[in-house]
Design a protein around this ligand. Structure first.
Ligand SMILES: NC(=O)c1ccc[n+]([C@@H]2O[C@H](COP(=O)([O-])OP(=O)(O)OC[C@H]3O[C@@H](n4cnc5c(N)ncnc54)[C@H](O)[C@@H]3O)[C@@H](O)[C@H]2O)c1
Length: 328
């Protein structure tokens, strides 16, 4: 069972599980997801979709076959989306996790909760290992997301200790790729759409803040290993790409790939914007034998092309070969 199946990550995870031969029941209320993301999954005989809000009691779950895995990926993930619906965001993470735990206890299914690097807040430790407790503003504009993920982590780990369920938590760092929403306000969609439209790229602050970007195929591989390997009960694992870039580096790279001159407009930093973000992935390497394979330069062309097609814009992509030649 996959909650949040119509979203960016959920839909890629659904496709991967189906390709692995699993049966997948996708649950989603389509708050930020799209049926279009499920085009591949919907054509698969082992996929079915239930439109439901997972922050409400899971009465629909009574009619399902006993699941082996409950993957909880339902939650708005971009500041624009959770800023619009802070209370619903808190509900889906807190109540959704509680319902997931309850179903896992009742059925013996394994639970995988999609947490986030946002639980580290504006980190005082760099890079961020799983042992770092974070530096989060509990009442700021991002608190609805950060704190409800922290609550869900506390709830799930408490349930592992007291109810004996098998649950794992993926702390997901910035992930990008096809099926991100062009208008979700995150830096890669913003830069890609501006570059494709020939508009200046808006950089918040001085652009020297850093981010680490994981290509979606790498993320899904890490998540599947965390979900399927035995003897990982209660494990909390960072999944992300440790290559760190400044926002200006990213702007430069996207402009090159789009074949546009770099044109930047600076704007004020949003509140509680983290200055640095980079996952420590030693635990993922050790427990999952996983590390990212796709560099940012290799993952961006497919992402840019996806945005171009989604927006119906003319083809402006330079060939990969000429991009590399320009960069060098
Ligand atoms: N994309 C990232 O970089 C990233 C980083 C860290 C964590 N995550 C986590 O991964 C998960 C998926 O993120 P995403 O980027 O795919 O976001 P997304 O917005 O594309 O997908 C989330 C999906 O959950 C659905 N949803 C939201 N509220 C729901 C509810 N109450 N009931 C049922 N469905 C609901 C949405 O309709 C959407 O299809 C989220 O839990 C997010 O916190 C994502």
């Amino acid at each position: 069972m996959l909650c949040g199946a119509a979203g960016f990550l959920g839909s890629h995870l659904a496709d991967r599980l189906l390709a692995d031969g699993d049966r997948v029941t996708g649950i989603d209320n389509l708050a930020t997801g799209s049926p279009a993301n499920l085009a591949t999954a919907n054509s698969h005989p082992h996929f079915r979709f239930i439109e439901a809000d997972v922050s409400l009691p899971w009465t629909w779950a009574r009619d399902l076959d006993k699941p082996d895995l409950i993957a909880h990926f339902a939650s708005p993930a971009s500041p624009v989306h959770y800023g619009r619906e802070p209370l619903a965001t808190m509900a889906v993470n807190a109540l959704g996790a509680m319902h997931g735990v309850e179903l896992a206890r009742a059925t013996g299914a394994r639970l995988l909760f999609a947490s986030t690097s946002e639980i580290y807040g504006d980190p005082l430790e760099h890079p961020q290992p799983e042992t770092y407790w974070g530096n989060v503003n509990p009442i700021g504009e991002r608190a609805c997301y950060d704190e409800s993920k922290r609550y869900a982590e506390a709830y799930v780990t408490s349930a592992v200790r007291t109810l004996g369920i098998d649950a794992r938590i993926a702390r997901i760092f910035n992930t990008y790729g096809p099926r991100m929403q062009p208008g979700d306000g995150r830096v890669i969609p913003n830069f890609c759409m501006a570059a494709l439209r020939g508009e200046p790229l808006i950089v918040y602050g001085d652009g020297r803040q850093t981010r680490s970007f994981c290509y979606v195929a790498d993320l899904v591989e890490g998540v599947v290993r965390l979900a399927k390997r035995e003897a990982l009960t209660g494990k909390i694992v960072n999944i992300g790409n440790p290559d760190e870039f400044t926002v200006i580096d990213l702007a430069r790279m996207i402009s090159q790939i789009a074949g546009r001159p770099l044109e930047i407009v600076n704007a004020a930093l949003p509140p509680d914007d983290p200055r640095r973000r980079r996952p420590a992935i030693a635990l993922a390497r050790k427990l999952l034998g996983w590390e990212p394979q796709v560099t940012l330069r290799d993952g961006l062309p497919a992402t840019l092309e996806y945005f171009r097609l989604a927006a119906g814009l003319p083809g402006v992509l330079a060939s990969r070969r000429s991009i590399v030649a320009t960069a060098e």
